[in-house]
Design a protein around this ligand. Sequence first.
Ligand SMILES: *Cc1c(COP(=O)(O)O)cnc(C)c1O
Length: 477
Amino acid sequence: MTVSQPKMKKIKPGESPNAFTGTSDRNQLNPIFARAGEATDFPMDRMPDQESLAETAYQIVHDEAMLDGNARLNLATFVSTWMDPHAAKLYSETADKNMIDKDEYPQTAAIETRCWVMLASLWNAPDAKKAIGTSTIGSSEACMLGGLALKRRWQLARKAAGKSTDKPNLVLSSAVQVCWEKFCNYWDVEARYVPISDDHKVLDGFELEKYVDENTIGVVAIMGVTYTGMYEPVAQIAAALDKIEADTGLDVKIHVDGASGGMIAPFLQPDLDWDFRVERVVSISTSAHKYGLVYPGLGWVVWRTVGDLPSDLVFDVTYLGGHMPTFALNFSRPGAQVLLQYYLFLRLGWDGYYKVQKTSQDVAVFLSSEIAKMPAFELWNDGTDIPVFAWQLKPGHTDKWNLYHLSERLRLKGWLVPAYPMPDNLSNITVQRVVVRNGLSRNLAESLIEDIKEAVEYLDRLESPMPTEGLKASFTH
Ligand SMILES: *Cc1c(COP(=O)(O)O)cnc(C)c1O
């Protein structure tokens, strides 16, 4: 079906185009939702045959985007949903910048370097100037790069020793984010998952020697496990690896996946040893678009020293007649987010980041303490690591409903509070999780508690069990 546009009104000689109507364009006279194109259907499976008015196309896309949820009420995502108006202005001014084009945008390239040097120093690199880092499209790319560096370092050492490089493995918790499953799948590395359990809720070094061998390229430690928000004790994992080295001679390094915790711990737990203060940590990644507070998509990865990033992974791009090293999966990608990150570093500084993160944590702890008071629930953790916590239904509380039903009830009020099973070996446990981000005010949090109480009262009053057909785990990332 083709979309026909009304013809322009003919203007007679001598007639002012603006006479009477204020415009010569008949399309613009149409009431907006009755306009051709707006009032008819655009095909969805192929490109429309003809052009349409910018206003019409805009309105259609704008309206369709309206059907997405209200991002501020989405307590499932870690990703920034609010930045201040100056950031919005900067974003629209710099949306055309391409991060890879260091010739055209040398200043953006210089700012990128300043940002990761700041991060290297925030993460206590022994000498930030001797560290090396890069921006990425998010933590996933940053983790891939961290993993690739571990793999190449291991390959080079094995080859030098005349040993096989056929069977690399990576040791990680069963509660890793999916990007690590991808890494292992895409780059042919065996994933050795250490299952979480009631006694070991996170990877903590327990029985690590059963997983690590001469083919282990590294161990991943997560600062802020996606499922629950808990920190893995990096120093304790490193101590277990020290013991393994003393016993076997194997020197296995750690990549810290600090997707969210990398921008929380430096401010809220400055005395916690998780970063480059732990000698075994060779690289750290974070999502700038999570607690780095930038719009998606931006991530960072930093290596302790230039020597920790095998040089044969690094490509040279020419840069104002000189050379600029790059290590990335993408070629072209947006540069604007890097400028937004720099804006926030300048705008907030350490104190500002502290205040923002502390406020989120205060709200998280308020919410978790209120939920802990409700007889239906049992907390999994309380939001004192990153401002994220999860809870489960108290065993024996009810046989009429589960957390998926509660999630659905809350959806009626606009809240997105996901429920999902825990990973192995606790996949029989269902939890529900709240991620508190900048923008979830104490006021909104109080409303959420009221809505949870009301939903629980409703569900508890049921005379027969809710149907369990069609319930599904929600998106948790
Ligand atoms: C979100 C997350 C990732 C993936 O980050 P993206 O920036 O979304 O690519 C990786 N690891 C952890 C622990 C995460 O929470």
